[in-house]
Write a protein that binds this ligand. Structure first.
Ligand code: G3P
Length: 214
């Protein structure tokens, strides 16, 4: 399973990159807005830090606007993946990108039928938002299971990118189900290596090592 980081904060991206676990980065307009920086400037800097797929989202909601933005984003760096919302013009724009050889991440997916349409449009990635479904008392991980089940029955190339991850259990379940990618906020990424028994065990080993004759 590939690990992407879900942030536009370059300090977090640099820190995660030093762990050697990062396969890519996902951003969205809310995450970019939080940085208070210029959109293209941030995306360019992220491309310098991580050598992997970097998702940057279009803001247009009409087909013509989306494909214009997609073409512009693609010019920023060869690793750019154009993030497109799962609305009808978005599916049409995804198909255009597929024809042009531009990679896409179809976002804001909340149903398996939406995911099926994205795959038919040739999306490189589909981003189901598990945390936001959990927030409204739906089972986010059940959506991942449904999408994986459907994709497994056809020859779709679309990778399932689990998004809106809120805690380590989302990551564990994604791995158990065989999701292709999970995109995690820095906070969740740093929680994954932690275990209290590791800390207790290490403290004991270090304490005991002091009685080893020199
Ligand atoms: O990048 C999309 C996604 O991961 C959003 O997460 O926490 O805002 O639902 P969240």
């Amino acid at each position: 399973m590939k690990f992407f980081i879900d942030t536009a904060d370059v300090t977090e991206i640099r820190e995660a990159q030093t762990l050697g676990l990062l396969d890519g980065v996902t951003t969205n307009p809310s995450l970019i807005a939080k940085t208070g920086r210029d959109f293209k400037e941030v995306i360019k800097e992220i491309c310098q830090i991580v050598d992997g797929p970097i998702s940057a989202e279009v803001l247009s909601t009409d087909y013509e606007g989306m494909i214009k933005e997609a073409a512009e984003l693609k010019e920023i760096h060869e690793n750019i993946v154009v993030k497109i919302p799962l609305i009808m013009p978005g599916l049409q724009a995804t198909q255009w990108c597929t024809e042009q050889g531009i990679k896409t991440n179809v976002t804001l997916c909340f149903s398996a039928l939406q995911a099926l349409l994205a795959a038919k449009a040739g999306a490189t990635y589909i981003s189901p938002f598990v945390g936001r479904l959990d927030d409204i008392a739906h089972d986010g991980m059940d959506l991942i299971a449904q999408i994986l089940e459907i994709y497994a029955q056809y020859d779709f190339k679309t990778e399932v990118l689990v998004a809106s991850v809120r805690h380590p259990m989302h990551v564990l379940e994604s791995a158990r189900m065989g999701a292709d990618v999970v995109t995690v906020p820095y906070k969740v990424l740093s929680q994954l290596a932690k275990h209290p028994l590791t800390d207790i065990g290490l403290a004991k080993f270090l304490a005991d090592s002091k009685s080893i004759p020199k």
